[in-house]
Structures are given as structure tokens and as C-alpha cells.
Design a protein around this ligand. Structure first.
Ligand code: 2M8
Length: 420
């Protein structure tokens, strides 16, 4: 079984490879997505290190002058996805892109690739990427944290990568959709609409996108004008981890002059995470920066604490208690949202389903922190899910069924890199 699945995972990555960059899945997502590509690189690294580097190098071809690395790279137009390049209306070169970013896992993957081989060419490729990573992390630390909270604020639910998380409901309720013109969704023609965000969510996504476009996608203006500005614990923790890896790279690759700046980001983001702790539910949550309202649910973001290098027992112990409670409630870990919360839906995208990539990040952090049993539970559940339902986009934590797109690149990639 394992060997067959390994072979299938290889085939999926190769089939979704459009020549140096990989799409998440055919039909539903026909472009290069940011964090998907980085997970794909980690998968490629298990059998083709050169191709792994190429995936990340190609992702950075879309980097903007201000350092931002966009969430979608529209290398060639494909009408099967909405909203496409003309809706975003960015002026990016050498090809159109979306107007905001996605979780910054790249520095962590670059460190992984660099440490995989001592060949001089490997160090050269890491050195070429280092200044680009620095520019991107500086963009997060400034453009997405203009008031210096030490947390990353997202300007669109799509920037989080966790599109319809119940935590976005409260900030989205302040978005005026009256000016949104008629549009036709494409996602619901590829997959069951019951597994996708609701129309009212899409209307709000389009309204926020239009505001970004009206700002010419100028980062400062977007942050000033968007009605949706929410500090996201998942991105902040992924960035915190990525900064720790960037610091190691700076040291090993000879970028000594950059170390103080990275250390400053790390110290600030460690402090910033305190502001995302909800003492009532004892978990890391979102904070709406327009209203100062904290999220009310335990999302899978909380289980990235160890991955981010956070180790205070006052935090880890309650999180472990949540983990054990949730594990007693559902057959498969990690649901993206608390099954005891009213917002939980086991098949609707980021409102409950399991995402193999989040499982990988959480388990990696737990293993590093010595939480081996919980990490192994996550890994074994991921194996059971793939054995049962294949390389689906995501899975129900209740019955293990697959949902969303099929032959999905990031599920195949983390299978090869970690689960198998
Ligand atoms: C999903 O997001 C896109 C928008 O970016 C969509 O629904 O159209 C999310 O799961 C996101 O995290 C992921 O990167 C993307 C491609 O797999 O799909």
C-alpha cells in the first residue's frame, strides 16, 4: 500500500508540474500558489533536489519591488479560475499576480533544502534566495505590522490561506458588499458547493479585493483603507518559525550583517504572540485590529505553537489539553476548527476539515519539542486518511472522507516528505 501511494504521489507532483512550477490541482486551481509551491518543493526534495530548488526560485520570480511575494502567480491566463488576473488588476512584472501574500513557509523550506546536501551549488542557490527572503520577511514585519504589535495582520481571508475560518466571520460582518458587481464563481462548478465557502463570504472577498485594487495594491494604503484587518496567529507563528530558520541561514551562509535585524523580528514576534492569547478559552486566536475583538475558537493554528518555538508551559499545557479533548471527539486529527464550537462544519473547507500541510507543520513542531506521542498521532491519522481517501485537497475529521479537489499537490508532497 505504502509503495503504491508513494508512486501515486510522485505521479501527482509530476502531472501537476507545468514546467518548473506546480499547480495545486487541475481545474480548480490552475495557477502557481505561494505556500502550495513551497510544500511541493519539500515533496520534490525527496526525489529531485534540483526541481525542489527550482519550484522556490520560480515562486520568487513573482516577488514585488516592495518585497511581497504574492499568493497567486498568473503565469498564463486560465479561465477555469475566478478571480483571475484582470479582476486583481495588479501591475506586476514579469507576469500578473494577485495583490496580497500567503503564509511564509519558504525560509523554512530553503533551510531544509540547504541542509540536505553539502554540494557547493546548494549553498549558491540558498545564497541567491537569502536577500529575497529577507525582503519578504521585512515586508511582513513592516507592511503587515505598521503599528509594531509584533503580529502579522492579514488584509484578506485569502492571505491567511485559511479562507473561510469561522474566526473571519466577525471581521467580515463589517464588510459592505452593496457595490459588488455580478460575478460568476468557478470553484463551485469544479467541486460540491457544500464543501466551499458560502456566497455571502465570496461577496465579501470580492468587496475587499475591490478596495485593494482601488488602492493600486499599495501596501500602506490597503492597510489604512481595508475594512478587514485581522492579526492572524497562524501566519505570525509561521513567520516566527521562518525567522528562526532565516537566522540560521544568515549564520551559515555568511550574511552576518542581517542577523541583528532578524533577531529583532523574532523578539518582537515572540512578545506579539502574547497579544493573541485568549485567556478565556486558553488558546491563540485572531484579533480584529479594527474592533479589537478576539476570536473565540480553537483553530489548528494554536497547535503551531511548538513549530513557532513557543515553549512556555502556561501555554503548552492548556493547548495539549485542547488537543486531547479534540482527539477524543473526532476520529481523525487535526480538525482546522474546534468540533465543540458552533462554527464547526466537518466538510466545509477551513471550518473543520483536516489539511495535511497543517498536520505536517504541527507535528514537526511537536516532534522537535519532544511531544512525540501527539505528533505521531497526527502522522498516523494522516496516513489513515490518505489510505482511505487518497490525495484529496482536505479531509473530514469525522468520517475521514476526502473533499475538495483530487490529486492534490500539497497532500502528495507532505505524504512523501513526512507521512509515509
Ligand atoms: C485555497 O484558496 C484559494 C484562494 O487563494 C481558493 O479557494 O480559491 C486555500 O486552501 C489556500 O490555502 C490554498 O493555497 C489554495 C490553493 O490550494 O486554495
Amino acid at each position: 500500500m505504502g509503495a503504491d501511494l508513494d508512486a501515486l504521489a510522485h505521479t501527482i507532483l509530476k502531472d501537476n508540474d507545468l514546467g518548473g512550477y506546480t499547480i495545486p490541482t487541475k481545474g480548480l486551481y490552475p495557477y502557481q500558489w505561494n505556500w502550495d509551491s513551497v510544500f511541493v518543493a519539500i515533496g520534490f526534495a525527496t526525489f529531485d533536489l534540483n526541481r525542489a530548488w527550482q519550484e522556490i526560485e520560480n515562486l520568487f520570480e513573482g516577488q514585488w519591488d516592495d518585497g511581497m511575494v504574492p499568493h497567486i502567480l498568473f503565469r498564463k491566463n486560465d479561465p477555469s479560475y475566478f478571480p483571475g488576473p484582470s479582476v486583481w488588476g495588479t501591475k506586476s512584472e514579469p507576469f500578473p499576480t494577485s495583490g496580497h501574500s500567503q503564509p511564509p513557509v519558504a525560509a523554512t523550506a530553503v533551510r531544509d533544502l540547504f541542509e540536505q546536501s553539502s554540494a557547493p551549488e546548494n549553498a549558491d542557490r540558498a545564497k541567491a534566495l537569502f536577500p529575497k527572503l529577507m525582503a519578504w520577511h521585512r515586508w511582513w514585519a513592516t507592511c503587515r505590522d505598521p503599528k509594531g504589535h509584533g503580529t502579522v495582520a492579514i488584509v484578506h481571508p485569502w492571505e491567511s490561506g485559511r479562507d473561510n475560518l469561522p474566526d473571519w466571520d466577525e471581521p467580515l460582518s463589517n464588510v459592505d458588499t452593496t457595490g459588488v458587481p455580478e460575478y460568476t464563481r468557478k470553484d463551485t462548478s469544479h467541486v460540491d458547493p457544500d464543501m466551499r465557502p458560502l456566497k455571502k463570504d465570496y461577496d465579501r472577498y470580492m468587496a475587499i479585493l475591490a478596495i485593494g485594487k482601488a488602492c493600486g495594491w499599495d501596501a500602506a494604503e490597503v492597510v489604512e483603507k481595508t475594512p478587514f484587518l485581522v492579526a492572524d496567529p497562524a501566519i505570525t507563528m509561521i513567520l516566527l518559525r521562518a525567522n528562526r530558520d532565516l537566522l540560521v541561514l544568515a549564520d551559515k551562509l555568511g550574511f552576518q550583517n542581517d542577523k541583528a535585524e532578524i533577531e529583532g523580528w523574532i523578539a518582537k514576534q515572540e512578545r506579539g504572540m502574547d497579544s493573541l492569547w485568549n485567556p478565556e478559552i486558553k488558546a491563540y486566536v485572531t484579533r480584529n485590529l479594527r474592533t479589537d475583538v478576539l476570536g473565540t475558537g480553537v483553530s489548528s493554528a494554536s497547535f503551531l505553537a511548538s513549530y513557532a518555538g513557543l515553549s512556555d508551559p502556561k501555554v503548552i499545557e492548556p493547548l495539549n489539553a485542547h488537543f486531547d479533548r479534540i482527539a477524543g471527539k473526532v476520529d481523525f486529527m487535526l480538525p482546522s476548527y474546534d468540533p465543540d464550537h458552533a462554527g464547526f462544519e466537518h466538510k466545509r473547507y477551513w471550518r473543520g476539515p483536516i489539511w495535511a500541510v497543517v498536520n505536517y507543520l504541527a507535528a514537526r513542531g511537536m516532534t522537535e519539542a519532544g511531544e512525540v506521542a501527539r505528533a505521531e498521532k497526527i502522522r498516523q491519522d494522516t496516513v489513515r486518511l490518505v489510505e482511505r481517501s487518497g490525495f484529496a485537497e482536505y479531509f473530514s475529521p469525522v468520517d475521514g472522507s476526502g473533499a475538495g479537489g483530487n490529486s492534490f499537490s500539497w497532500t502528495a508532497a507532505v505524504w512523501l516528505a513526512w507521512a509515509t
